[in-house]
Design a protein. Structure first.
Length: 367
């Protein structure tokens, strides 16, 4: 029996609470690593099915400073953990890895369990001259330097965010092993939908848990589709959740942006933009498709030039969308995730969901 078939047998047995069959099948599997992952993750999953998921947030700005609204949101939704982007890793002109846009703490996070997130561009992993041990040491040490300089204190976990490919897969897996060993910390990683469905070829990183990024599903294009979330695209992958042999947290999108289009070509992305940015402005009109804003008169708005007949496609996520995501995921996930992590904490994002108190906690509890 192929590995995928064996995993599916174990998953179904656990789902039916036939633990003897699950364990017997797992013992006969050829890969000891997959045996451990499958049995431990899924047995834990079944035991935690009835536990409520908690709400967490990503923080993705380069300056850490919480507004009054953001502080209120954290308190109201009983948020105790935050995943903060510490820095990106890219390559310089010589092809060597270097940190980009490190976080600056204008205030210390209070009453929050902090997890530094490091976004590593895939081209870093693909560099021929890459020294995995040096990269792991530099990342771990730089996190500690930031914490010491900002008075953050010790952290016990690092999350790696990297959209690895089949070409970079083996080296990325080695890097994860190296970082975990050298940092001595708990390690988590972000996972994309295609990596869940095709895990036998994309492989599973040796981390303590993974967070599924349930967004950025489509191509940013000059059409009417929402590239952040497309239920039809998600449906092609979501059934695979029940077979993925590692415990997952779920990350859901609450951000919005505008896609600036001219002559049916994408000019650029307008970040942190939603419908309200163009309301009550006579230079713009909403088309019959309420997500499309047409430029009536050429003008400059927020430092950006819009030419007459340009249009802006607004891509955002409604409260209804979030609840639908949860319902769809629940059908295929055999357990309640420990955390539902919302991307990302920002006052503009929060205000779109301000009509319902403790909204994010309630969405998490729907699992």
């Amino acid at each position: 029996m192929a590995v995928r078939g064996e995993v599916e047998v174990v998953v179904e047995a656990v789902h039916q609470q036939n633990f003897n069959q699950a364990l017997e099948t797992a013992k006969n599997m050829k890969s000891s690593r997959i045996i451990i992952i499958v049995v431990c993750s899924l047995l834990f999953a079944c035991n935690s099915k009835h536990e409520q998921s908690v709400a967490s947030f990503y923080y993705w700005r380069t300056v850490f400073e919480l507004s009054e609204t953001e502080q209120k949101t954290l308190k109201e939704n009983e948020v105790s953990k935050m995943y903060i982007r510490y820095f990106d890793v890219d390559v310089d002109s010589r092809g060597y890895p270097h940190p980009v846009s490190p976080i600056n703490f204008k205030e210390s996070p209070k009453n929050l369990h902090i997890v530094p997130v490091v976004y590593i561009k895939n081209r870093v992993i693909l560099q021929d001259n890459l020294q995995l041990g040096l990269l792991a040491n530099n990342i771990s040490n730089y996190i500690e330097q930031i914490n010491q300089a900002e008075g953050i204190g010790m952290v016990d976990e690092i999350q790696v965010d990297c959209d690895w490919t089949l070409k970079s897969r083996d080296r990325f897996m080695q890097f994860v092993d190296t970082l975990k060993r050298k940092s001595g910390k708990k390690l988590s990683a972000t996972i994309r939908l295609h990596q869940v469905k095709h895990y036998t070829s994309t492989h599973i990183p040796n981390v303590d848990y993974a967070t599924l990024m349930y967004y950025n599903m489509g191509k940013i294009d000059a059409d009417t589709l929402n590239s952040i979330y497309d239920r039809e695209i998600a449906s092609r992958y979501i059934e695979s959740l029940k077979n993925y042999p590692m415990k997952l947290n779920i990350a859901l999108p609450i951000y919005a942006w505008g896609v600036h289009i001219r002559d049916n070509k994408v000019i650029n992305l307008v970040s942190k933009t939603d419908k309200t940015a163009f309301e009550n402005d006579s230079n713009f009109i909403f088309s019959e498709n309420l997500n499309i804003v047409e430029v009536k008169n050429s003008n400059i708005k927020h430092g950006r030039y819009y030419l007459r007949n340009d249009w802006i496609k607004i891509e955002e996520i409604s409260a209804k969308d979030l609840k639908q995501m949860v319902l769809d995921i629940r059908k295929h996930l055999l357990y309640s995730p420990d955390e539902v992590v919302f991307f990302n904490l920002d006052e503009m994002n929060i205000k779109r969901y301000g009509n319902e108190e403790s909204f994010f906690k309630k969405v998490a509890h729907h699992f």
